[in-house]
Design a protein around this ligand. Structure first.
Ligand code: TXA
Ligand code: MG
Length: 315
């Protein structure tokens, strides 16, 4: 059921049930991070392998100390600058956070979402919320309450509706590796913005099943229809006779039916493109096409997070 009652969400969460919540990045599937029952229910509803750890969401920076035993000094300026917001930090966990949440790692991923409803929700409860994106494992992340309803509606009691997500791609994940500030997932906070605060950072390339970066699984965010990324015109010539869907940055393709193409931003704005990305992928995935052809965004700002999703959607 979709609704906008914070009180109902609070009550369900206190009962160790799971509830879908809006964040500025994507919708999350939330439960009490201290409840093994709620945490197991999340893995089950998503069909998520237990080696893939969950992010823990807290209301404000004063509550980070409730889940982590220390904050590496190098990460403090990043926390001060970008949280609340589309950023997650990897911190040494404390004993209240179970191995189930972190998949056995000594680190816990912590995020402070900026969405108003979820902020109010977090301020109304005395436990943190652990929440992965609210999609079946491996599929496109949800950026609207209706996306969650369509896929998990029968498995969860409540979806808190906060409208369409403003950022549209998951949080950037930052942590320390070998003493260096390292980006483990490209996301809603551009790497350039982080580098303005702390100088050059290391960016972790994709890994497959390394427990230090499980969310970087090679194939992820994938539509059901075959999905290819590259130069759209060149790709089109290889798929003559097929029902083609197009996911472009700005260009319109007059030879393709309007209903079979989506432009991410008609005025070449990467923030807008990120906002529209997952909804456009979902839309095209529902059009009974033979193949979806997408193109790379400029590799800068949020374009880097979008390209990362396109790459893994096509893997
Ligand atoms: O924007 C977001 O981050 C959204 C919203 C709902 O907060 N959440 C999200 O969660 O994207 P999820 O579960 O789809 O991705 C979480 C990823 C994991 O796959 C993993 O890569 C990383 O976060 N992660 C979580 N805990 C970790 C840990 N202890 N060590 C390393 N990576 C971790
Ligand atoms: Mg996810």
């Amino acid at each position: 059921m979709i609704g906008a009652s914070i009180q109902k969400a609070v009550t369900l969460l206190q009962m160790e049930k799971i509830v879908a919540i809006p964040t500025e990045t994507v919708y999350g599937l939330a439960g009490n991070a201290y409840s093994p029952k709620a945490v197991s229910a999340i893995f089950e509803a998503k069909n998520r392998p237990s080696f893939d750890p969950l992010i823990v969401h807290v209301a404000d920076s004063s509550r980070i100390a409730e889940v982590s035993r220390e904050i590496p000094a190098a990460l403090q300026p990043i926390i001060d600058q970008f949280m609340p917001g589309p950023l997650t930090v990897l911190l040494p966990k404390n004993e209240k956070i179970s191995d189930l949440v972190t998949a056995g790692s000594d680190l816990v991923a912590v995020r402070i979402p900026a969405n108003q409803l979820t902020q109010k929700l977090l301020q109304s409860i005395d436990f943190p919320l652990t929440a992965p994106s609210a999609n079946p494992f491996g599929y496109i992340s949800p950026t609207q309450a209706e996306h969650v309803e369509a896929q998990l509606g029968d498995k969860i009691p409540y979806i808190l509706d906060g409208g369409a997500c403003e950022v549209g791609v998951e949080s950037t994940i930052v942590g320390m590796e070998a003493g260096q500030i390292t980006i483990f997932r490209k996301g809603g906070t551009p790497i350039e913005d982080i580098e303005q605060v702390v100088g050059p950072v290391k960016v972790r390339a994709h890994s497959s099943s390394n427990p230090e970066a499980p969310g970087m699984l090679k194939s992820h965010y994938a539509p059901k229809v075959p999905f290819q990324v590259g130069e759209i015109k060149a790709l089109m010539s290889k798929h003559v006779g097929k029902k083609i869907g197009i996911l472009s940055f700005t260009e319109i393709y007059p030879d393709i039916p309007a209903a079979h193409q989506r432009q991410l931003s008609l005025n070449s704005n990467l923030r807008e493109a990120a906002q529209h990305l997952f909804a456009a992928m979902r839309y095209l995935d529902g059009q009974e096409l033979d193949i979806i052809l997408a193109e790379w965004m400029p590799e800068e700002g949020l374009g880097r997070a979008i390209n990362d999703r396109l790459k893994r959607a096509s893997a």
